[in-house]
Ligand binder design. Sequence first.
Ligand SMILES: [Zn+2]
Length: 135
Amino acid sequence: MLGELECAALERHLERCSSCARTRSEIAAFTLLLRAAPLAERRLPVSVPPRRPARARRVRRAAAGLVLAAALAAGATLFVLPQGAPVASSAALSLATPRQRLEFAAAERDRTEPPTFAPASAPERFLPYAARALA
Ligand SMILES: [Zn+2]
């Protein structure tokens, strides 16, 4: 189904394009012939099968049950199980002073990086600058 603008554009095109205008009149004549012809009688009875076989219904019910069970399990996981310790980044944000943040960062670095690539602790003379940068 064409919209109002599309209908207007089509009419404009048909006024200028003889090929499309000829095709339209052929289709219109054919449509009139079809509508004027007597209805054909069917020779064999037509039966429509049920919309969904019983097996498909059972499969759909089982799938719905599985989805419901998964949703319940997810809800139980969220509300029943205890919340774990906060992740390291949010723990760092809750530290009060820049000094504590630096110590936390150093501890995390020592924990996560191999000792060959990380010095045991940051040199003391860099701490004030880093503390200002983190403040
Ligand atoms: Zn045309």
